[in-house]
Design a protein around this ligand. Structure first.
Ligand code: CP
Ligand code: NVA
Length: 307
């Protein structure tokens, strides 16, 4: 078993499927009166180098529901790599808490934390990947369709951290993955190569295109994310021009499967990558998806931190 959860690609398909099934159980348990305190006496240290609503609240509430405690550490408080080196932060923190969740810019920083921490480290988003989001997304798709295998997910927009984790999830859970990105904003070549390598085991199809319609054709899941990720704010104006046609709207829904669902990791920039009509329409799964961050997070925490 892996000590840490840094990227979906690292974990076996079986381990990931086990976590999804655990999430389903923990969600039912919670809905039937509450979770057993399997993390009693345990503390999760949460390092945030970037803002967050869903990740912050879901990890904090998940620890509370499981009988444990979460500790928020903002950039001003610990100055990761500035006030103190990452190896020193990792060793000090790991001597007092039983798990660390970190949201960072540079993926190497979460890897360095994991290398120096004796307790599990969970990637709560890096510039490279967002594995916890992908787990909540898989849980949501499974709830909506009752299966994962044989489905097609079409991702429209920037070849970013969220797209990377969805590609890896597709290879591990066995659904097809199509991605439409404008020229110059495709997934990094190394990510695509890894995805293709992993896809050989599951036999899924990976489609990369610049055409939004081609990606969306017959898709069961239409997925998008912001055109400008955290840390890229200076490029926002230029990106608005490049991405203007990379939008999930009512016209695109017509190309997808008649029973398709629409997903977005949020926060959404309504009127940019998604229209209000679609985000709030009958096909939207965005708030179920956001709630499922809580249930998926619980499963990851229990898998890594429970006795
Ligand atoms: N989707 C997501 O990770 O949201 P936050 O940035 O609010 O945590
Ligand atoms: N791609 C976005 C996801 C936010 C949850 C970002 O990194 O800012």
């Amino acid at each position: 078993m892996h000590k840490d959860f840094l990227t979906i690609a690292d974990w076996s398909s079986d381990a990931l499927k086990h976590v999804i099934s655990l999430a389903e159980d923990l969600k039912k348990e919670w809905q039937n009166g509450g979770n057993r305190p399997v993390l009693a006496g345990k503390t999760l240290g949460m390092i945030f180098q970037k803002p967050s609503l869903r990740t912050r609240v879901s990890f904090d509430v998940a620890m509370f529901h499981l009988g444990g405690h979460a500790l928020m550490l903002s950039p001003q408080e610990i100055g990761l790599g500035q006030r103190e080196s990452i190896p020193d932060v990792a060793r000090v923190l790991a001597s007092m808490v039983q798990g660390i969740m970190a949201r960072v810019f540079d993926h190497a920083h979460v890897e360095q934390l994991a290398a120096w921490s004796k307790v599990p480290v969970i990637n709560g988003l890096s510039d490279y990947s967002h594995p916890c989001q992908a787990m909540a997304d898989v849980l949501t798709i499974k709830e909506r369709f009752g299966r994962l295998e044989g489905l097609k997910l079409a991702y429209i927009g920037d070849g970013n951290n969220v797209a990377t984790s969805l590609l890896f999830a597709a290879t591990k859970f066995g659904f097809d993955f199509a991605i439409a990105t404008p020229q110059g904003y495709a997934l990094p070549e190394a990510v695509l190569a890894k995805g293709r390598e992993l896809a050989q085991a599951s036999g899924i199809r990976i489609i990369t295109t610049e055409s939004v319609e081609e990606a969306a054709q017959g898709a069961h899941v239409l997925y998008t994310d912001t055109w400008t990720s955290m840390g890229q704010e200076a490029e926002a104006e230029a990106r608005r021009k490049v991405f203007k046609d990379y939008q999930i709207n009512a016209n695109l829904l017509k190309v997808a499967d008649a029973n398709s669902i629409v997903m977005h990791c949020l926060p959404a920039h309504r009127g940019e990558e998604i229209t209000d009509e679609v985000a709030d329409g009958a096909h939207s799964a965005i708030f179920q998806q956001a709630e499922n961050r809580l249930h998926a997070q619980k499963a990851i925490l229990v898998h890594l931190m429970a006795n």
